[in-house]
Ligand binder design. Structure first.
Ligand SMILES: [Fe+2]
Length: 250
């Protein structure tokens, strides 16, 4: 999704991960997808886009309810995309790819940083879920997880812990960093591709290429689960799209 277009071909009804663009010492997942144009781009400004939801909003029931999906995708995510594109126009932001945005995140305005993360993170989130997902991953990704975390249960426990211990709003992630799988979390709409050197000690420095991400903002679960983030996280495992996670493993 680093291509500068207002409308793109959605390839094979899924994100096409090309893993090509270098961010610092890391690679960043590149996606190609159709866009939902939020604002009219200027002649040369890069635009963030919103991927079409790859399944019906009710199809993640009962784990994630249709109303939450509708508001999450149509209101929250759409607003992130519109707002970052507004910021690009208003602030004359020069970066031409998402990779450039995130590599320079500490230099961005609060509006541009939060909304660029919100736009990308949610595009990613929709793709790493699917109806009738979940289960125990097999093949290369299963082996990699077992190798890094000793067992799938150990991995699941660590990612759940990262999601539960993120105070307030943020994301929990499985990333690849210099050939190693790591688990961690980021605040607000930050992601592990961002330069977070401006954050306070203890919040900065979780870096890597996302393979799996979990939105733990209350807007992701409050309508169905209210304050029970633990139940949302437990049920979210039932919709993980391991095929998409595996595609990002290189
Ligand atoms: Fe969200």
């Amino acid at each position: 999704m680093f291509m500068k277009t207002t409308r793109r071909k959605f390839i094979s009804n899924s994100l096409k991960v090309t893993l090509a663009t270098t961010v610092g010492s890391s690679l960043i997942a590149e996606t190609a997808c159709a866009s939902v144009t939020q604002t009219q781009p200027s002649s040369s400004a890069f635009q963030f886009t919103q991927v079409p939801l790859p399944y019906a909003k009710e199809s993640l029931e009962p784990n994630i309810d249709a109303l939450t999906m509708d508001i999450h995708y149509s209101k929250h995510h759409a607003a992130y995309v519109k707002n970052v594109n507004d910021a690009i126009a208003a602030e004359n932001i020069p970066y031409q790819t998402e990779a450039d945005f995130f590599a320079n995140a500490s230099k961005l305005s609060v509006k541009a940083r939060n909304n660029s993360g919100g736009a990308w993170n949610h595009n990613f989130f929709w793709m790493v879920m699917k109806p009738n997902g979940g289960g125990v991953p097999t093949g290369k990704i299963g082996e990699a997880i077992n190798g890094a975390f000793e067992s799938f249960d150990g991995f699941k426990e660590q990612l759940t812990q990262a999601a539960m211990s993120r105070f307030g709003s943020g994301w929990a992630w499985l990333v690849m960093d210099n050939g190693k799988l790591k688990i961690g979390s980021t605040p607000n709409q930050d992601n592990p591709m961002m330069d977070s050197s401006d954050l306070p000690a203890g919040q900065a420095g979780f870096k890597g290429i996302p393979l799996l991400g979990l939105d733990v903002w209350e807007h992701a679960y409050y309508l169905k689960y209210q304050n029970k983030r633990n139940e949302y996280v437990a049920n979210w495992w039932n919709v993980v799209n391991w095929d998409e996670v595996a595609k990002r493993l290189v």
